[in-house]
Design a protein around this ligand. Sequence first.
Ligand SMILES: [Zn+2]
Length: 543
Amino acid sequence: MLFSEANQTASSYKVLARAYRPETFEDLIGQEQLVSSLKQALSNGRLPHAFIFSGIRGVGKTTTARILARCLNCETGPTITPCGHCGSCVAIKEDRHLDVIEIDAASRTGVDDMRELIEAGRYKAVSGRYKIFIIDEVHMLSKSAFNALLKTLEEPPPHLIFIFATTETDKIPTTILSRCTRCELKRIDNNTLAKHFADIATRENATISDEAAQIIARASDGSVRDGLSLLDQAITTSDKNVDAQTVNTMLGLMDKATILPFIEQILIADTKQALTLALGFYKNGANPQKIVEDSLEAIHALATFQFGESEEELPSYVISARNDIEHLAKRSNTPQLLAIWEHLILALTEIELSPSPLLALEMAIIRLCQTLKEQQLTSSSPNTPGEDQRKPQGPTQQISTTIAPVTAVSIASPIQDDPVETITVLPKTMEEILNLLIEHKEVLLAEQVRRDIRPIHLNGTTLQIALHTNADNKLGQNLSKALAHITGDSWIIDVQTQSVNPTLLEAQKMQDEALHAKLLSHPLTQSAMEIFPGSDVRTLLKH
Ligand SMILES: [Zn+2]
């Protein structure tokens, strides 16, 4: 009567979790530290009379308890390597060992149940060395049940061993805790879980993609049992061929390509739309961490796309969403992508630390869009008179104020080999020239332009510059050639012997320093530095 429900609970586990339930310490995953101390206790024969195994659900608490029971009662033991086939080992496996009793405290909370159990504990073991009581969810016991238990724990008979399992140690009276050896089972990390799921899929003659195994691992949140239930379901619904799409559909997660419209709103710094889309993902079941992780992956794809990475290097969804990615890659520039990347990395930490991950995500989006807006302003607005004189004068501003806006649209010359680019708006600032070069994958040239050119004046397709002392003396020529190729117009690059104007790189550095100093003195930054000691706001401003 007392023990029938425990058996029922055990048999209602999902098929895979039951079939692959570890039977030895070697089979347990992710609990190396605990296993090593249990082995040590078994080897030196100094066993405590009560253990308490704590940890999240499905992490292996009762499984570890059963392995320990086998170690103690195996006919070849006590041993750290139970044989697995003696009468005792088999009986424990089949939940019918007379001396190994597992009960679920959630359904046996009362003092009478505890008294019945304790009464049974007074008699010596029938077939094994030890009588072992495994009490799952022990925190559910009533106060009087705990009191009844306490008396036995104070003077335990030598043949009796208690193994308590709980998800909530803080609900257990300290009088009980202080009489137990506490063992904490760790939440299992995603890579270990993913590898475990892939192994089990193989043993089930099923295939599973790395991505699918990772998604299941993330969704199971450190719990092997939850993960195995998901894997079970995925193998069944996919007819033994588990891919990311199957798992996403099963979990109600979004298809990764749906992140792209969100990235687009971020790129144009539309805070409201970006927030709406993020909330939509969340309502559809994607957690904030997943939204940020998918965004990071998309940003990485955009950046690699801009640098002309071969298709094999890109995630598969990027190839199928190629047009969207290409569109976004054209609308974005490397500094923007780097800034977004750094903000998203920061957001991951904040989401992890925040009591409300959704709020942390929303605040991160607001901050990111704000930064991008400011970035756009500082790179395009001319200086207004009377503005803070200490603000560094970037070459961009100088050029913008000295020339009238150029709106000329030129028809591409037939030399151009990219058929998509039929019209190109002429760049109006040195920064736009730089972005144009990056967009057209002239990465090395762009770097030289940023580092070695002192811009003096830009008018239409005539650019007056001076070169940094270390510059390649063909830089003017190369730039003229590249711009002609990109815009379809011929360019005159007039190289002067010298100029005091800063290069784009120097201007950016000065701007960063000024902004950094300003931000450091801001009260919000001060409090952020207290929350994240050692953090440097500079890394956020680098771009
Ligand atoms: Zn055995």
